[in-house]
Design a protein around this ligand. Structure first.
Ligand SMILES: C[S@@+](CC[C@H](N)C(=O)[O-])C[C@H]1O[C@@H](n2cnc3c(N)ncnc32)[C@H](O)[C@@H]1O
Length: 283
């Protein structure tokens, strides 16, 4: 790392400068977040200790973190955890890092659960388990089934269920989409499936290439997984059941068109004004 100064204020200044010189866009935030990780403190606390110094061990650990960030490794992988829906999730390079925009699908699910008589939820393509675990945590009477094709992702999801004390509410199934879900129907099916087109993928920022490719790629038109869901979801959804899908905003209308046999479909935009969630109701 390109830093020599020793008090926290100067260390942060140097680290930020160093990250900027390596084209990291959120350099200041990243430098601060990584230091909070080293010191195991909150961002608020960090502002109160800027004149203090680091021990040699802390400084070395911070150097290692900054050196990893320079390679464009995401902050969440460096720290080994991230926050989603106010909960902490373990992450490593076998799972997609939960994105803030995915909180919207959980908010919508929580709203539907509170207003209706819902008892079962299927989370297809669960990854770190962020959706399944959050729904279970905020709705203690709900039973969730979590599916992923990756056994490594499922083992992280299981750890996250234990960490957030909801493992009694979640059944984990290793499955290629619906293939191993036998004889079950659900009140809500929710999914943030892979939805990136091959051409889009190649142009994504460097950080993305630390994440598992299978979490993103969905064929040449981005629709592969939406097609499977459209073809099979009705066999697994109760009458009046609700399907909630995170959308690739660039192809949202094509996705909605795949679900025209539902009695009701609606798109919810995210906070940046992009088409983000499809809500569809079974007849
Ligand atoms: C976009 S990530 C979503 C992860 C998590 N639900 C989230 O929102 O952060 C997609 C997930 O789908 C999983 N996946 C890919 N192909 C699959 C398949 N054929 N069947 C089931 N899961 C699959 C990947 O392993 C990955 O965990």
């Amino acid at each position: 790392m390109c830093q020599t100064e020793k008090n926290i204020f100067n260390i942060l200044k140097q680290a930020t400068k160093c990250l900027i010189s390596h084209d990291i866009t959120e350099a200041k935030t990243d430098a601060e977040t990584l230091l909070c990780g080293v010191l195991n403190i909150t961002r608020n606390k960090l502002t109160t200790i800027r004149q203090e110094t680091l021990s040699q061990e802390q400084y070395k650990k911070y150097q290692k973190y900054i050196n990893r960030r320079i390679t464009r490794e995401p902050v969440a992988y460096i720290l080994g955890e991230t926050e989603f829906m106010g909960l902490q999730f373990k992450v490593n390079n076998t799972v997609l890092i939960p994105r803030q925009e995915t909180e919207l699908i959980v908010d919508i699910a929580n709203d539907i659960i509170k207003k209706n008589n819902i008892s079962t939820v299927l989370d297809l393509c669960t990854g770190s388990g962020c959706i399944a675990v959050s729904i279970a945590k905020y709705n203690p009477n709900i039973l969730v089934t979590s599916v992923d094709i990756s056994s490594k992702a499922l083992s992280i999801a299981k750890e996250n269920a234990v960490r957030n004390e909801v493992s009694q509410q979640i059944n984990f199934i290793e499955s290629n989409m619906f293939n191993n879900i036998i004889g079950k129907k659900f009140d809500i099916i929710i999914s943030n499936p892979p939805y990136v087109m091959l051409d889009e993928y190649k142009k994504l920022e460097k950080e993305i290439f630390f994440e598992p490719k299978i979490a993103f790629l969905a064929g040449t038109d981005g629709l592969d997984f939406y097609r499977v869901i459209a073809e099979k979801v009705k066999y697994f959804l109760n009458k009046d059941g609700v399907l909630l899908l995170e959308l690739n905003a660039n192809i949202s209308l094509k996705i909605v068109d795949l679900f025209r046999n539902f009695i009701f479909t609606k798109i919810r935009k995210d906070y940046s004004g992009l088409d983000r969630i499809l809500i569809a109701q079974n007849g």
